[in-house]
Design a protein around this ligand. Sequence first.
Ligand code: FES
Length: 173
Amino acid sequence: MRVSRKKISLQAVETPDVNISLINPIIQKYQGKKGNLIPVLQGVQSLYGYVPREAFIRLNEEMGLKLNEMYGVATFYAQFRLSPVGKHIIKVCHGTACHVQNATKITEALVTELGVKDGHTTEDGLFTLESVACLGCCSLAPVMMVGNETFGSLNGKKAARVIKELRRNQTQP
Ligand code: FES
C-alpha cells in the first residue's frame, strides 16, 4: 500500500534508537557523485528499515542533498518508509490474481487480528501490515509474505492463524 504523504518536522531531534553514524559509509560512497539519490535512500533504509528524519538532515548537511528533493522521492516511491517498521512485515498481495480471489478478506482478517490499520505497525512493534502489488507467485493466489516466507492459497482464517502462530513463537522462551 502506498503510505500517505507525511509532513516531517525538520527539527533535528535525534531519537535514542537512531545511530546516525551508521550512514557514514553511505555518505563516503556517494559524496560528490550526482544522480544517486535513490541508492542513497535505499542504503539508509537498508540500515534502519526506514529512512529516519535524522538521516535526511545529515544527508542535507553532509552531502548537500536538498531536503525537499529527498522528501519528494521518499514519499513518491512506495519502497521507502518514513517510520519504523515492525519485526515482521506482513505483505498482503492485492495484485489482480490475488484481488479476484478475495485478498481484501485477508487484509480485513489481519486488521482484526492485529488491531492495526493497513500500513501501520502494532504497538508491540512486532508486525507491520502492508498491502502490496503482485508478489510474483500468482499461481499461489491469494498470497501474503511474512518476512521472506510466502503463504499461499489463503483465506482470512488461515492468514490470522499464521499470525497467531508467529505470536505464540515470540512469547515462548
Ligand atoms: S497477483 Fe498476487 S502474487 Fe501475483
